[in-house]
Design a protein around this ligand. Structure first.
Ligand code: ADP
Length: 164
């Protein structure tokens, strides 16, 4: 039984995240998408909103669901009895940061492996930050986020400028 955790901020979830979610759900038994509360970040969307948007776009993926966690990632993984942490890699600049986190988590719990999914070519440029910037400037975000979330995300336009 492989239960994987895919942690992140998902502020908001993008088509790049959803691509990693679908590809991971196809190869593991269960996927928990973890919205990790990072006190150093001032998110645009509340934790509940981020979890709810994820669950909405994942409703057709029967073995995946989203949940929030305030604690350490390895504690959350243990609580969920997950044996794998999934992270996405977009470009070389992601690598150094991700390697450091993966090694730290391995020191904390050697039984949990971190595995990396390479971004799909069409989403390699895409980050939640790109989406927040696009919203702030009133740009079309339909190529960046799942269709059913476009209007909900655009509604945050005024607040967006304060959060950039
Ligand atoms: P972001 O970096 O977009 O603000 P998160 O902190 O929520 O997003 O990222 C969660 C995980 O998803 C990280 O491992 C990140 O590298 C990965 N990820 C984010 N966007 C993409 C993408 N377009 N393709 C592949 N992986 C991605």
């Amino acid at each position: 039984m492989i239960r994987a955790i895919y942690p992140g901020s998902f502020d908001p979830v993008t088509l790049g995240h959803l691509d990693i979610i679908k590809r991971t759900a196809a190869i593991v038994d269960e996927l928990v998408v973890g919205v990790l509360v990072n006190k150093a970040k001032n998110p645009l969307f509340s934790t509940d909103e981020r979890v709810s948007m994820l669950n909405e776009v994942m409703k057709d993926i029967p073995n995946a669901y989203a949940e929030a966690s305030e604690g350490l990632l390895v504690d959350f993984a243990r609580e969920k009895q997950a044996n794998v942490i999934i992270r996405g890699l977009r470009m070389v600049t992601d690598f150094e940061y991700e390697l450091q986190i993966a090694q730290t988590n391995r020191m904390m719990d050697p039984d949990i492996e971190t595995m990396f999914m390479m971004t799909s070519l069409e989403y390699s440029y895409l980050s939640s930050n790109t989406v927040r910037e696009a919203v702030a400037f009133g740009a079309d975000i339909s190529k960046f986020v799942p269709a059913q979330l476009v209007s909900r995300i655009n509604e945050k336009r005024n607040q967006c400028k304060e959060n950039l």
